[in-house]
Design a protein around this ligand. Structure first.
Ligand code: GUN
Length: 301
């Protein structure tokens, strides 16, 4: 395999986490202890793994982690009450509600209930709107991780044509916004696009986030394209269960200038950026608290 073309997400995530750890140590010396609350509703096996990894990574980074579990048949009201408690708890800096929720929950309403300042997923409309306006807000972890990988691989992204495959709120839409902010020309293709493949063939950068195993092969790609594969699909092959991306890696490799593997590409970056967002949220909350108490002091004169 031509390993020179491989984008090593694990190494990139370790670089981010090393910085996070150093930042946490520095904050602790100032009396600030970043804390992340993770809420898991039900027992979705993939979510169980993701949550375990998030808690583990938080602990390794020195971030205090709190895990809250609700049984699958909990009510929306119970979930909203938990979120309200965590919003009101000044010692909690970040709140992550693991998705998907069981079908009877109103996911959008639950996400909207999280204090936008603690919204380390960047899913609250205030943060979504802020991102689209180019304000400095908490941004979704997976697209933020993809941007870091792209900047490491390509340097300046300005003027490049990026095609995002998929239009989910978690990845596709925020990814397009971040690429636009980095001065790319951005095309988003999706299930209703009339010729997704032809549009993709024009791309300098392809970000695949559709959730369909190996959908994109070499015939979709311009020679020399940089490919970020967000897909994590479990398939059965030759009697074995394995993870594959949305990109047919073996087919794409000879065609591209750089590509993320699955696993070991985008996945580790998502968790690293969750930790980074938690630290950012803790710092912003400490600043806000300080200016509030200074304002109180001044108002007494
Ligand atoms: N489920 C899959 N990806 C994510 C994510 O980025 N955040 C949350 N909260 N849940 C997810």
């Amino acid at each position: 395999m031509n390993t020179a073309k491989l984008i090593d997400g694990k190494a990139a995530a370790n670089r981010v986490l090393k910085q996070v750890k150093a930042d946490v140590q520095r904050l602790k010396r100032k009396g600030i202890e970043p804390a992340l609350a993770v809420i898991l509703v039900g027992q979705d096996p993939a979510s169980e793994v993701y949550v375990r990894n998030k808690i583990l990574r938080a602990e390794e980074s020195g971030i205090r982690s709190l895990e809250y579990r609700l049984v699958a048949n909990s009510s929306q009201a119970e979930l909203l009450a938990l979120i309200a408690t965590l919003n009101a708890d000044a010692s909690v800096n970040g709140i992550l509600l693991q998705l998907p929720l069981p079908a009877h929950f109103e996911e959008a309403r639950a996400l909207q209930a999280i204090d936008p300042r603690k919204d380390v997923d960047g899913f609250h409309s205030e943060n979504v709107g802020g991102l689209s306006q180019g304000r400095d807000v908490l941004t979704p972890c997976t697209p933020s991780g993809c941007m870091q990988l792209l900047e490491d691989a390509c340097g300046d992204l300005s003027g490049k044509h990026a095609v995002v495959i998929g239009r989910s709120n978690i990845v596709g839409k925020p990814m397009a916004a971040l690429l636009l902010q980095a001065h790319c020309s951005v095309t988003v293709v999706h299930s209703r696009s009339t010729d997704a493949k032809a549009l993709c063939q024009l791309a300098d950068i392809v970000v695949a986030a559709v959730g369909r195993p190996r959908m994109i092969d070499a015939s979709w790609l311009k020679p020399g394209a940089v490919v970020i594969d967000v897909g994590i699909n479990r398939i059965e092959e030759n009697g074995r269960s394995r993870l594959v991306g949305d990109v047919d890696f073996d087919s794409a490799l000879p065609q591209v200038s750089a590509i993320t593997p699955v696993p070991g590409g985008v996945g580790p970056m998502t968790i690293a950026f969750l930790m980074k967002n938690t630290v950012t949220a803790a710092v912003q909350q400490a600043h806000a608290q300080r200016s509030q108490s200074e304002a109180v002091c001044l108002s007494t004169y």
